[in-house]
Every structure is written in structure tokens, then in C-alpha cells.
Design a protein around this ligand. Structure first.
Ligand code: ZN
Length: 132
């Protein structure tokens, strides 16, 4: 693991949250992107080496819609940058972590991503991401 790449925050309304985080961080989102296959709209803010990713649902079946229903708005996941996602997946498997994605998949922000199940990391959804 190289560093915290970003922190993902689930929000109900992306436009409204973009305005809130622009006021909070003193800069606008540098990118907004919808990943239709995942049912999410995202926006990204840069803070030094790390980023904040805001995530809103694009439909009621979206994992973000389900998260909001269960837990409300708030921190959704922590993403770690990795050099070699395949190697990290096998390392974490051998350490006994449960993976949601056994193979990397395309994510937002030009990344290959894989998620660990929160029950194997103390209730925190962990995302691994590798620059494409
Ligand atoms: Zn993320």
C-alpha cells in the first residue's frame, strides 16, 4: 500500500454536496464522473496528495442508495493506492481478508479497483486502486 488515495463520502445530492465541499475546502471539484455500471455519480477534490470522492446514487438499486438507506450520509470507504493490484489482492487473500471483487474492475478516475468486505476490516469498506 502506498498511501491513502482518497476517502469516499456517500451523499444524497451531489450538486449540493459539491457546493458544501467547495466551501469547506476552498476549491472546486476538479472532476465529475458517472460510472453507470456501478450506479454512482462521483466528484473529486484534491487535498495535497489525497482526494475526497463524493458519491451519489444514480438509481435506487445502487450500492450507494442502499448505504444511504441503512446508514445515512457519511464516510463510505477508504481507498489505498497500490502499485500492483493483482499482487495486493493475492497478498490480502492469503492474509485472510474477504474480497468483494476477486478481480480488479474499472473504477472512477481512471483506476482499476477492488473492494474488501468491511467485515474483514473492522467495519470499514476498503478500496484498493491502481492507476491505469
Ligand atoms: Zn473510491
Amino acid at each position: 500500500m502506498k498511501k491513502i488515495e482518497h476517502i469516499g463520502i456517500a451523499v444524497k445530492n451531489l450538486e449540493a454536496a459539491n457546493a458544501t465541499y467547495k466551501a469547506l475546502l476552498g476549491r472546486a471539484a476538479y472532476k465529475t464522473e458517472t460510472v453507470e455500471s456501478e450506479g454512482v455519480s462521483t466528484s473529486f477534490f484534491k487535498i495535497g496528495e489525497s482526494k475526497i470522492e463524493l458519491l451519489a446514487a444514480t438509481n435506487s438499486e445502487s450500492p450507494i442508495a442502499k448505504f444511504l438507506e441503512k446508514r445515512g450520509e457519511g464516510i463510505h470507504h477508504i481507498a489505498f493506492a497500490v502499485e500492483d493490484i493483482e499482487a495486493e489482492i493475492s497478498r490480502l487473500k492469503s492474509e485472510g481478508f474477504e474480497l468483494i471483487n476477486k478481480n480488479p474492475k474499472p473504477g472512477a478516475d481512471n483506476k482499476l479497483v477492488a473492494f474488501l468486505h468491511p467485515k474483514s476490516s473492522n467495519g470499514v469498506l476498503v478500496e484498493l486502486c491502481q492507476e491505469k
